[in-house]
Design a protein around this ligand. Structure first.
Ligand SMILES: [Fe+2]
Length: 248
């Protein structure tokens, strides 16, 4: 099975007239059996409108999990409910927020990931998440979401084989680009889930959030990230519109 993988296309940064062209280029694919989108598609309900567009214009499954930017200007609890309702109407798009999708003998398990370690004041002052996501504070500054997401992935990995995990935040600090080594806010970008991966060896773990590409292994598991970035401001020069992952 071949999966086309990308993330962080941040459609909120694109010109109106090139948004659709850009999305069309990504989803009109003749090689992939499935498309995997690891979050930061667009902000709030716009993300759902884009998923509706994608749903109508593909004829293969599109597996999607939300990024942190989807929740800017709203509450996670309310946007997740809207995702949940929209998901029922989709034919091809599968929104995975602590959910799974079985396809061609593979279990796709997705959720944003967040962080499962407590956040310090340095984190709270440094990242927009803490003032733009309105229910983050009452959820332990996001830590409760991260703990819960880790538990979700652990449970899926324990009961299924042939799993591809999809998160927005990275599952390992090995995904942090050399230029950010030593940064105070790496906790907000990557978790220390290496042991869970090593012990349960999913086929692959796809993530986004860092705007640098990476591809490496933890034990038997392939870790991949193919993010685009901010159109007009900061685009990842290594973004590949035709990045494929051989799953099985
Ligand atoms: Fe992003």
């Amino acid at each position: 099975m071949i999966a086309k993988v990308f993330s962080d296309i941040h459609l909120e940064f694109h010109d109106r007239h090139n948004q659709m062209h850009f999305v069309d280029q990504l989803i009109n694919d003749k090689i992939a059996d499935v498309i995997v989108i690891a979050g930061d598609l667009a902000v709030g309900k716009e993300a759902i409108e884009w998923l509706k567009y994608i749903d109508k214009n593909v004829n293969i499954p599109v597996v999607y999990t939300s990024g942190n930017h989807e929740y800017y200007g709203t509450q996670k609890v309310s946007l997740d409910e809207t995702f949940h309702q929209a998901n029922k109407e989709f034919k091809n798009v599968k929104v995975l927020i602590q959910d799974t999708f079985e396809f061609m003998g593979v279990t796709f398990a997705g959720s944003t990931g967040w962080w499962d370690s407590p956040m310090s004041k340095a984190h709270l002052y440094s990242l927009n998440d803490f003032n733009r996501i309105y229910d983050i504070m009452v959820n332990g500054n996001g830590t409760m979401w991260g703990v819960s997401d880790k538990r979700f992935f652990q449970k899926v990995l324990e009961k299924s084989s042939n799993v591809v995990c999809i998160s927005h935040n990275a599952p390992s600090w090995n995904s942090i680009d050399a230029k950010y080594k030593g940064s105070d806010i790496n906790e907000c970008f990557a978790n220390h889930w290496d042991k869970m991966i090593q012990d349960n060896y999913p086929i692959a773990w796809v993530h986004g959030h860092m705007h640098d590409s990476c591809e490496y292994r933890i034990g038997k598991t392939q870790i991949v990230c193919n993010p685009y970035g901010y159109y007009g401001y900061e685009v990842n020069s290594r973004f590949n519109k035709e990045f494929y992952l051989q799953v099985l």
